[in-house]
Write a protein that binds this ligand. Sequence first.
Ligand code: 5AD
Ligand code: FES
Length: 347
Amino acid sequence: MKELINKLEATGMLGKDEFTLLLSNFTPELSEYLFQKARNVSIKYFGNRIYTRGLIEFTNYCRNNCYYCGIRAGNSKAERYRLSLEEILECCESGYELGFRTFVLQGGEDNYYTDVDIVEIISNIKNLYPDCALTLSIGEKSEESYRAYFNAGADRYLLRHETANQEHYSKLHPKSLSLKTRMECLWTLKKIGYQVGAGFMVGSPFQSFENIAEDLLFLKELSPEMIGIGPFLPHHDTPFGDRSKGSYELTLFIIGLLRLMIPNAMLPATTALGTINPKGREAGILAGANVVMPNLSPIRVRKKYELYDDKICTGEEAAECRFCLQNRMKSIGYELVVDRGDFKPII
Ligand code: 5AD
Ligand code: FES
């Protein structure tokens, strides 16, 4: 198996069968071999510098019904909230003081906010903080909407593809959602000029190693600037409430593979990774990740943005999360930097 890792390191790519074989044979020893290489690649491109993005979860209303997600429309137990423009700007203000130079506006697919509203939010943030990057993560929209946000100043867009296999996609989502639309959205976002983030959950119900291999092939083809992956974690009020968690070790292994595949990609050590294991985000960095995304949402809404059970950082102030992560990174020899952290092409 080490030969396959060497090949991936040398060429940046493997075939589907090779990825499947590698994934189904991963061991702690092989992981260590991979992580060492992945870490060296991160250090080469980013040094010991970790980028931060301040996450603002501004609405937990969602019109969709993804079977895995705690804020799905069908979850009548979710307590819904929306932040006003003023509240969002307050999050940015405290975030800016704490050193954040990227804000991520994330929410469910909430049609309460019209394109005019979203554009107003974007323009306000970009006017007040012209030195900051703005990332949107608000789901599937029309090309026209994506263009309007981009023209208003949005720089980046996160839209996980969730799974690159059509059959698997239909087992995670109701009929109203399709992989085809999802992929069209991603290609449209790229075409418009956004820095794009895709990604998937590791260990989502019905996922096979072959499916993960397909995800890796799709990611190589799309070649997004960012790739977010984390373990699937059940939420008790969803159809997948009694499914088992994804594998922590396999998630780390895939982060390592992605680092070798796309050496300069922005790879976050996600909140889900920090939830499945108390040292998960540190381990993610040591497996090749280079980004963390502390929460800037007001404390009163934190617990309500519950995509899965036991999500961490729901009781902490923005400053607490920032300093907590700063210390965690320091403990493994890395530092959080005050920087937009833009994707840089390899010249
Ligand atoms: N477990 C882990 N990740 C989840 N997401 C949604 N629900 C869950 C869950 N139960 C992820 C999805 C989505 C992102 C915002 O969070 O991949 O794209
Ligand atoms: Fe939020 Fe540690 S990062 S409390």
